[in-house]
Design a protein around this ligand. Structure first.
Ligand code: HEC
Length: 115
């Protein structure tokens, strides 16, 4: 009888133990901060990761490298990442996520600062 209780207790500890999270990261919700957007730390990295492989200096498509080129084409960029107003959706392989789209659109609405 004692052994049975011991076995049950040990089994319970093992089962409960295996349910605990070792890493809190995995249960944190993802928060999208898409206001007071910075060009250097938010907009440019999205463009660099998703666009400049095609949209670069000397390429076939409009150059989106650096602040000057991005701000000059800001209206078309917002249209294309949303796939609106007759623009082909960019990037062609899929879509930016809604947080990335909102960051770029809000950066334009906030005055497209070089910040
Ligand atoms: C795989 C290559 C590729 C990638 C990556 C890519 N584009 Fe394009 N882009 C194109 C092509 C091809 C066209 C022309 C499409 C058309 O005319 O239908 C284009 C057209 C555009 C245009 C319209 C140009 C104009 O003013 O007429 C904009 C703006 C644009 N892309 C922005 C972006 C943005 C922003 C990203 C990243 C989120 C991106 N593109 C990623 C290939 C790419």
């Amino acid at each position: 009888m004692k052994n049975l209780i011991k076995t049950i207790l040990i089994a319970t500890v093992i089962v409960l133990g295996s349910c605990s999270y070792k890493n809190n990261e995995s249960i944190k919700p993802t928060v999208c901060v898409d206001t007071l957007v910075s060009f250097a730390s938010q907009v440019n990295p999205i463009i660099e990761q998703n666009c400049t492989s095609c949209h670069k200096s000397g390429g076939t498509f409009p150059n989106l490298q650096g602040y000057d080129n991005v701000q000059r084409r800001r209206v078309n960029i917002v249209n294309s990442i949303k796939g609106e107003n007759g623009f082909t959706k960019m990037p062609p392989s899929g879509s930016l996520n809604s947080c990335e789209i909102n960051k770029i659109a809000n950066w334009v609405n906030e005055g497209f600062k070089n910040n």
